[in-house]
Unconditional design. Structure first.
Length: 75
């Protein structure tokens, strides 16, 4: 990791400061980026299917409850 600093005169300075001490922009290599991001950049198919199932269940339950309330309101 390197640190990129921009001086007041517009000059770009690259230093070897660590992540905690960098006061400018942090430059990382593609390998370092993949290591930092890790599982967050991968699509989780099981989680998406679970979410979709929950949303469909919620939609149909709400729709059915609305129909029931409408039917009871007519009586």
């Amino acid at each position: 990791m390197s640190c990129l600093l921009v001086s007041d005169t517009g000059e770009i300075i690259v230093t070897a400061d660590g992540l905690n001490t960098c006061t400018g922009y942090v430059l990382v290599t593609p390998d370092q980026y993949r290591a930092q991001v890790g599982a967050l950049s991968e699509f989780d198919k099981d989680l998406a299917n679970e979410y979709l199932g929950f949303m469909l269940l919620t939609f149909f339950a709400g729709h059915s409850a609305g129909r029931l309330v409408r039917w009871l309101g007519r009586r």
